[in-house]
Design a protein around this ligand. Structure first.
Ligand SMILES: [Ca+2]
Ligand SMILES: [Ca+2]
Ligand SMILES: [Ca+2]
Ligand SMILES: [Ca+2]
Length: 292
């Protein structure tokens, strides 16, 4: 049956009958979370969730927080060691651009302890006026093989941090494209930015402490390439068709019950960040269309 040959009302009726919980259900959580739970810094949580466990430079995991605690490690909920590195040993710090840590592929995340990192130039345009170096700075570098949208998040543990993003083949010839020092009012200092990254362009990330005095501490660095969302396409075949209906219905059961690789949030067809019955009408309207 081709898309569009069944009436809109019939599809809506079908969805309301099939949907778990019936009409009025509000499924799952919103999409306001940018970081995996606990991405701020290691924290005390009694839940049996798993995460990456850093012991020195070694990443173990996924492990539960309890297991990691027994090993006296730092625990990062929601991460696993395939995309996560632990950089805490003084001798291995990527101190300057010549020693910048090369990011192999995205998603990439790292926990790095910068307390003993040395200051370096340049200071960053959003640093304190008059300073000539960035305190406790460490460096990462990434060259995307193809054009993509990247999402950077840096969380600073108990210090006032800043991050500079530079673009260019070498550090000397690169130019600053972002200087991030948001200082959110909630007290947890972190910076985040999304930008289109060009294929073959080298991006440098310099992370340090704001101001003239040294400080630093545990720092979390995340670089991700979120795939563009296609509302309504629940099987990620690039089209919104009748084959998406069953999966759309399933999505109303909430993200925790979603076991498919295609994004659960594709069911958010009215783009309000949630998956609810309010998405049924917009979903039906999308049937027969293709992803942008
Ligand atoms: Ca340094
Ligand atoms: Ca800051
Ligand atoms: Ca589809
Ligand atoms: Ca929605």
């Amino acid at each position: 049956m081709a898309a569009g040959t069944v009436s809109r009302a019939a599809v809506i009726y079908l969805l309301s009958v099939l949907a778990p919980g019936g009409p009025g259900l509000m499924a799952g959580r919103g999409n306001e979370l940018v970081l995996p739970d606990g991405a701020g810094l290691p924290r005390e949580s009694a839940r049996a969730a798993t995460g990456a466990c850093c012991i020195g430079n070694e990443c173990l995991g996924p492990r539960t927080e309890e297991d990691c605690g027994v090993l006296m490690g730092y625990w990062y909920e929601g991460f696993d060691c395939t995309t996560f590195v632990c950089l805490v040993e003084t001798g291995s710090l990527p101190e300057d651009h010549s020693r910048a840590y090369p990011i192999p592929s995205l998603p990439f995340s790292a926990a790095i302890y910068t307390r003993w990192a040395l200051p370096g130039a340049p200071p960053g345009t959003c640093n304190k006026a008059g300073v000539t170096q960035m305190q406790n700075d460490v460096w990462f570098v990434y060259t995307p093989p193809q054009a993509c949208s990247v999402e950077l998040t840096v969380a600073y543990g108990l210090y006032n941090g800043l991050t500079v993003v530079r673009a260019g083949p070498t550090c000397a010839t690169s130019i600053e494209i972002f200087c991030l020092n948001a200082d959110p009012p909630d007290g947890e200092d972190r910076d985040t930015v999304s930008f289109p990254a060009a294929a073959g362009t080298t991006y440098w990330f310099q992370i340090g402490k704001w101001g003239a005095n040294s400080g630093g501490g545990m720092t979390l660095f995340l670089l991700q390439a979120p795939t563009p969302r296609c509302p309504g396409d629940m099987n990620c075949d690039g089209r919104i068709t009748f084959t998406d209906i069953d999966l759309f219905v399933e999505s109303l059961g909430g993200e925790s019950a979603w076991v498919h690789s295609c994004r659960w949030l594709n069911a958010d067809c009215n783009r309000d960040g949630r998956v609810t019955f309010a998405d049924i009408d917009p979903f039906v309207a999308l049937i027969g269309t293709t992803c942008p």
